[in-house]
Design a protein around this ligand. Structure first.
Ligand code: SF4
Length: 373
């Protein structure tokens, strides 16, 4: 029998209720496990006797194992290869940076050292974006709530994580209930992350965006738009056929009306596909009535995505200039990144070849948080 993760909150809650155990013990158990992920249940002090026998029979402190960690040469990124109980692998990536580096609006940026964890929500992904290595893997399985939270437990032992971005493997809104439950755990004791420091990146699953604003109201939403018109979107993101651009834009307007929050727009720059001046103007017009920050992402070929080329630096700059100057849209360009995390919502793929590549990759990232300034 496969044991459940202690971070599978609803299962744990239900079992505690069935066995007449006070659920107030759950956060205490989580706290102990966070500090001692390899503990035995009997080591946790002061639990009721029924709790020990339940935990021993049905739950593990941690169901996944940290298979390997590779650090970039500049120590900016660390890639965690995590083996699930099923034998499948997922990746999580820690990105470190200092918000005080550089200036914004002529002033020293506030803040200090930060660590952000990029979390996976699925093994593989069914959305099949053509420029994405994870998409080329196909869909294997959803992660459970516990498997999502365990990525944070592993990462906490490497860095002091302040921010979470759901931009690892998978489309988070396709694993909706596990995602919502995992975020709720991350914002409670013992993790206590601010919801304002958690970002969910989606290709634009319209019905789930409409639900998200009620279920997790304070979160940041990032949308992988990647094209300003429906036909280019469909060409590079097959899932866009099911979620037409006009419906997605309606959902974003509604989301912003209710949440009063900026929306982050991610736009991967593909040479000759979506990076022309015409498309910059189309994007500007599409977004000018929303409060957005556009993040232009230079394409970084990974896995089976070689049909695309990276836009020249000049084209990226020109695209940025048009959005800023003609449409007054805050537009940033994502810095050069490691070979493994080059996309809006993931682009991680775990294969033997990729594992080798991970071991040798390095790079710089800009955290989503510095878009919040
Ligand atoms: S870009 Fe995101 S949604 Fe698209 S295939 Fe990759 S992981 Fe899935």
């Amino acid at each position: 029998m496969a044991y459940r993760s202690i971070f599978d909150a609803s299962v744990v809650q239900k079992e505690f209720e069935i066995n007449g155990i006070n659920s107030q013990f759950i956060p205490l158990i989580w706290k102990y496990v966070l500090q001692n992920p390899n503990c035995k249940w009997d080591e946790i002090p002061s639990l009721p006797a029924a709790a020990y026998s339940l935990l021993n029979s049905k739950f593990l402190p941690i169901t996944s194992t940290l298979h390997s960690v590779s650090h970039s040469t500049d120590d900016v990124t660390s890639k965690l290869l995590i083996k699930l109980q099923s034998g499948a692998f997922v990746e999580a990536v820690i990105m470190r940076y200092d918000t005080r580096l550089g200036k914004y609006a002529g002033k020293q940026r506030p803040g200090g050292p930060r660590a952000t964890l990029c979390v996976s929500s699925q093994v593989g992904c069914k959305m099949g974006c053509k420029f994405c290595a994870t998409g080329s893997m196909g869909f294997k399985s959803n992660l459970s709530t516990g498997e999502i939270v365990e990525q944070l437990v592993h990462a906490f032992h490497i860095s002091n994580i302040r921010n979470i971005v759901f931009m690892g493997m998978g489309e988070p809104l396709n694993n909706y209930s596990a995602l919502v439950e995992a975020v709720r755990i991350m914002t409670k004791s013992p993790f206590q992350l601010s919801p304002k420091r958690i970002t969910i990146s989606t290709v634009g699953i319209v019905h789930a965006i409409n639900k998200l604003q009620h279920d997790l109201p304070q979160l940041n939403l990032a949308v992988s738009l990647h094209a300003p018109v429906q036909d280019i979107r469909c060409q590079i993101m097959p899932a866009a056929r099911a979620f037409p651009l006009n419906k997605l834009m309606d959902a974003l307007h509604l989301y912003q009306k209710n949440s009063l929050q900026k929306i982050f727009i991610e736009y991967i720059m593909l040479d000759g596909v979506n990076d022309e001046e015409l498309q910059a103007h189309q994007l500007g017009k599409l977004l000018e009535t929303l409060e957005v920050v556009v993040n232009l992402i230079p394409f970084n070929p990974v896995g089976n995505t070689s049909q695309f080329r990276t836009s020249s630096e000049e084209k990226v700059k020109n695209f940025q200039r048009i959005l800023r100057e003609k449409y007054n849209i805050r537009t940033t360009v994502r810095k050069e990144m490691g070979q493994d995390i080059n996309g809006a919502c993931g682009q991680l793929v775990v294969s033997e070849q990729q594992k080798k590549m991970l071991a040798s990759s390095s790079g710089l990232v800009t955290d989503i948080e510095d878009l919040h300034l």
